[in-house]
Design a protein around this ligand. Structure first.
Ligand code: ZN
Length: 190
């Protein structure tokens, strides 16, 4: 069976799982990533690669997707530019959203959130399933809010101590100008 793209119609799905695969473009990722952690900002190093499968049960759509993406950022401590790779398996249950049109001819069914609180319940509108928007949100939620070298390398932030220990006198080493206020303070205290 031909894998679906990341955007498809409800009618493309059967009650048997159908594979999908695709990429979320850098531009689409950057729309949500930029500004997320202030001026430092995340940026996509490449498209997010997605593969998974989906099936439907009446109008409920079950999605399981593996998402991997590399994002760049500056360590919030030492300001080194870094890259971290995120790889996650996510599951979603999509239910039809309320349609704003023709309220009389259409019965809107209130759905009650699933008992399982861990289950992500999302909506789709009409018969269009858009995994780009959905998975982009997943990526956003998985990223650390204050990313440091630790997230990227699994170790300590190597330059943090080094920068603080920089000699106060003599020719200044190459230090990112954003550290200047902290170094000035250190000079006053010593
Ligand atoms: Zn660092």
């Amino acid at each position: 069976m031909t894998p679906l793209d990341l955007q498809f119609k409800l009618d493309d799905l059967l009650d048997e799982p159908r594979p999908f695969r695709g990429e979320i473009a850098v531009e689409a990722l950057d729309e949500v990533l930029r500004g997320m952690i202030g001026e430092l900002g995340y940026r996509a190093c490449g498209p997010a690669v997605v593969r998974g499968s989906a099936y439907r049960s009446k109008r409920d759509v079950f999605i399981e997707a593996e998402v991997s993406v590399a994002v760049g950022f500056d360590c919030v401590r030492c300001l080194d530019p870094l890259e971290l790779t995120l790889a996650r398996t996510v599951r979603h249950l999509l239910v039809p959203g309320k349609r704003e049109t023709t309220p009389e001819s259409e019965v809107t069914v209130e759905f009650s959130p699933a008992d399982d609180a861990d289950e992500d319940l999302d909506c789709y509108e009409g018969d269009a399933i858009d995994l780009v928007a959905l998975l982009r949100e997943d990526i956003l939620l998985e990223l650390p809010m204050n990313p440091t070298c630790i997230e990227a390398q699994g170790g300590a932030c190597p330059r943090f101590d080094e920068v603080l220990a920089a000699p106060a006198a003599g020719p200044e080493p190459e230090v990112d100008p954003r550290w200047a206020p902290l170094l000035d303070l250190k000079k006053k205290l010593s």
